[in-house]
Design a protein around this ligand. Structure first.
Ligand code: NAD
Length: 364
């Protein structure tokens, strides 16, 4: 088992990563949070697959269980309110501990409930998707969606610990695995040359899942994210790099009405677009183009639900909360493993990239 410490201004916490480590979780909680009441929050999918593990937690911890509906469309104030109702009904108090058992949706909404209940209580994350292991469970961003936009209501609230057991990925549907891979792949472009080379050399093995290299990939991603969060907990600077590929991705998700394309799938397209934009604008020197062509080769770009419209996708970029004062911010690679954020990208460059990437969809 690897332990990575995330140091933030609001405290330090461990991320435990390994294979089969979930069995050690109850004794960890009993030792570190001795005598505290716990509420485990999960969804019916996880509850169905891992009911025997949940029974173990119920028996070994002073633990009640509350389930929330499965899916991004339930990452809402109503679901958050249902959790708060349950915590009050169960009689939990300021010393109680929440356990988020699931993917990024469960983690985000439970984290936000923990941030608000009794003005903030402890919570731990047991991520069960690749996306949640490499990204959402670490860093303390918690939120629910608003009908007018994703993650518009939320708080920064760091977990007390994260337990990432790769064995949970064995039951994860392939499509969800690839969506999580996108967020791991992203670190190749901002985590330094060593990470770029690691992802380039091992992409097939990591994508294949189930290998020690997948475990190593998760560890590397968490280390990079922990380093970034330690420097910039509240996204005032360097943390913005984690949005690599996301300006394009969010616009695509919005264009498709948040249906038909998973977030990570949109991120894969976003990464491809961000690299093209860096070439187009000159941000990425020509001597690196070969390296980038190589790493992008074989990237599992998913099919799009329907023909993309360049005008609408471009307009959708301005609806994103990452567009500040009407200015678009793009994170672009400048060298293998290095990226920079820029507000100075011309509309014609962005349109050119969209045209080039989606050329086969456009009328002759
Ligand atoms: N807080 C952050 O920093 C951050 C970062 C990135 C993404 N996010 C958020 O994460 C969310 C996406 O997370 P996600 O991709 O994990 O989606 P998700 O939580 O919706 O999980 C995807 C699907 O897989 C199922 N599932 C989860 N684990 C499983 C397992 N082990 N076996 C079988 N099925 C399993 C879930 O029930 C769900 O149906 C989005 O809401 C996004 O905004 C947050």
């Amino acid at each position: 088992m690897q332990t990575i410490t995330v140091n933030t201004a609001s405290g330090a916490y461990p991320v435990f990563i390994g294979s089969g480590i979930a069995s050690e979780f109850p004794s960890y909680v009993n030792e570190r949070f001795k005598g505290r009441r716990c509420a485990l929050i999960t969804n019916p999918t996880i509850d169905g697959i891992y009911s025997s593990y949940i029974d173990v937690l119920k028996n070994e911890l002073n633990c009640v269980v509350h389930t929330i509906p499965d899916g991004e469309k339930y990452k809402t104030v109503e679901t958050w309110n249902g959790i708060i109702d349950a915590l009050i009904t169960f009689g939990l108090d300021r010393k109680s501990l929440l356990i988020a058992f699931g993917g990024g949706v469960v983690g985000d909404v439970v984290g936000f409930a923990a941030a608000c209940f009794m003005r903030g209580i402890d919570y731990v994350q047991i991520p069960t998707t690749l996306l949640a292991m490499v990204d959402s469970s670490v860093g303390g961003k918690t939120a629910v969606d608003h009908p007018l936009g994703k993650n518009l209501i939320g708080a920064f609230h760091q977990p007390a610990a994260v337990w990432a057991d790769v064995n949970f990925l064995e039951t994860l549907p392939r499509r969800q695995f690839i969506a999580g891979y996108a967020e791991a792949f992203k670190y190749a472009f901002l985590g330094g040359r060593a990470m770029f080379d690691f992802m380039e050399c091992n992409k097939a093995a990591v994508l294949g899942g189930g290998s020690d290299l997948l475990l190593e990939c998760i560890e590397r991603c968490v280390r990079i994210k922990a380093g970034i969060v330690a420097r910039d907990e509240r996204e005032a600077g360097v943390r913005a790099l984690l949005n690599f590929g996301h300006t394009f991705a969010h616009a695509l998700e919005r264009f498709y009405g948040f249906e038909g394309l998973l977030h990570g799938e949109a991120v894969l397209w976003g990464i491809a677009c961000a690299v093209s934009l860096a070439k187009e604008t000159g941000a990425l020197p020509r001597n690196y183009w070969g390296d980038f062509d190589e790493i992008l080769q074989g990237m599992p770009l998913p099919p799009l639900p329907s023909a993309p419209w360049i005008d609408e996708i471009y307009a959708a970029m301005f609806a994103d909360k990452k567009a500040e004062s009407g200015q678009l911010r793009f994170v672009m690679p400048v060298a293998p493993g290095e990226a920079e954020a820029s507000y100075a990208v011309g509309e014609e460059n962005v349109r050119q990239v969209l045209k080039e990437k989606f050329a086969h969809w456009l009328p002759e």
